[in-house]
Ligand binder design. Structure first.
Ligand SMILES: NC(=O)C1=CN([C@@H]2O[C@H](COP(=O)(O)OP(=O)(O)OC[C@H]3O[C@@H](n4cnc5c(N)ncnc54)[C@H](OP(=O)(O)O)[C@@H]3O)[C@@H](O)[C@H]2O)C=CC1
Ligand SMILES: CC(C)(CO)C(=O)C(=O)O
Length: 334
């Protein structure tokens, strides 16, 4: 059977990471991204790095680079890796070019990307996926995976065989809505991390920052309960217990959460990278979702709401917050 062909729609950190691994394993991948980003790849090629293994460099001649959605016409699978706010527009642009039978896979954060894709791509299968680990562009043309982890998506034998051949660990899930709600609980740390200005390991090593995350997660769990949502358990700790673990003193936390802290000094949240590059963040589809869900059930989520404001402020006027200062700010909002 011929190998499936791939397109990556939104060739940034995650798109280059996934697509690059597939290219390295001999798959035909078309990277669709902004012209500036594609120029960098055309000049430098793509380097896939992680502290676990020596880097893999893909020379420019191994990369198929494009800037428009028509380049996805030959793909059997389109991996969608644009930021959440761009999904609707990207999917509408893609729709007229997608081959019959082509499958779109969302590897994005947030809750609604698969539904947005399904609405824009009628007649096509859309799979929800999830990336549990951090990928950051450490220099132009280099994407670095800062922690281990297994991708999750709805089952598809052809997709899974390709991802696994590309060395990407992947777990089939039939409860992707619950997985996405659990991932959102983790992603509530994106704002805390971005405002700290610190690598994830250093930020999560400080109790005051973890208490900020715990405040956000408690509000989210209350909103989930009100809405009848049960998030999946993705790690060693059940979602309901995580806020207590986050509040432990540093030495205890380091022991209890040793697996969670298995990350290198490059690992940062994708929102930190957005602020660094002067881009709009995904705060509305992270903390913003919790505020909206709480409101829909007659509740408030003041710590999350305050973080939405602080991140919007940081989008126009960057600043960093110490842990105690940020915690005081969020606590006062309650
Ligand atoms: N980075 C990470 O560690 C993780 C990220 N995620 C999620 O994965 C998704 C992607 O994140 P990430 O890779 O960090 O984002 P990036 O911003 O690095 O990559 C997305 C790229 O797609 C480009 N783009 C947007 N719209 C289009 C379009 N219509 N056509 C072509 N290119 C387009 C963007 O350009 P421009 O900026 O100009 O719009 C950007 O270069 C997000 O939902 C994120 O939350 C999940 C887990 C980890
Ligand atoms: C993996 C994680 C949680 C890393 O912070 C992420 O999803 C992100 O940065 O957007």
């Amino acid at each position: 059977m011929p190998k499936p062909r791939f397109a990556v729609l939104g060739a940034g950190s995650i798109g280059c990471h996934l697509g690059g691994h597939l290219v390295a394993a001999g798959y035909d991948v078309t990277f669709i991204g902004r012209s500036g980003a594609m120029d960098v790849l055309r000049e430098r090629g793509l380097t896939l790095s992680t502290s676990a293994r020596p880097p893999v460099h893909l020379t420019p001649d191994r990369l198929t680079l494009a800037t428009g959605p028509e380049a996805a016409a030959g793909a059997d699978f389109v991996l969608v890796t644009v930021k959440t706010a761009g999904t609707g527009a990207a999917a509408e642009d893609l729709a007229p070019h997608l081959a019959p039978g082509a499958v779109a896979v969302s590897f994005q954060n947030g809750l609604h990307n698969p539904a947005t894709l399904r609405a824009a791509l009628p007649g096509h299968t859309v799979l929800a996926g999830m990336v549990p680990y951090n990928v950051v562009q450490t220099e132009p043309g280099t994407v670095h995976q800062g922690m281990p982890g297994r991708l999750m998506t709805e089952p598809d034998d052809t997709l899974f065989a390709a991802l696994r051949e590309a060395g990407l660990a992947v777990e089939p899930r039939t409860d992707m809505s619950e997985v996405q709600h659990a991932k959102l609980l983790m992603n509530l740390n994106n704002a805390v991390n971005a405002l700290s200005g610190l690598p994830l390991r250093d930020q999560l090593g400080q109790r005051a920052y973890r208490r900020c995350l715990a405040l956000c997660q408690r509000e989210a769990l209350a909103a989930y309960r009100a809405a009848g949502i049960t998030p999946a358990r993705l790690g060693p700790t059940a979602p309901a217990v995580t806020p207590y673990v986050l509040g432990l003193p540093d030495a205890f936390f380091r022991r209890v959460a040793a697996a969670t802290l298995r990350m290198d000094a490059h690992a940062r949240s994708s929102m930190w990278e957005d602020l660094q590059r002067g881009r709009r963040t995904e705060i509305e589809s992270l903390q913003g979702e919790i505020v909206a869900l709480a409101a829909a059930h007659g509740r408030t989520a003041p710590a999350n709401a305050r973080l939405v404001e602080l991140v919007h402020q940081a989008e126009s006027a960057p600043r960093t917050w110490s842990g105690p200062h940020l915690y005081a700010e969020l606590h006062a909002a309650r």
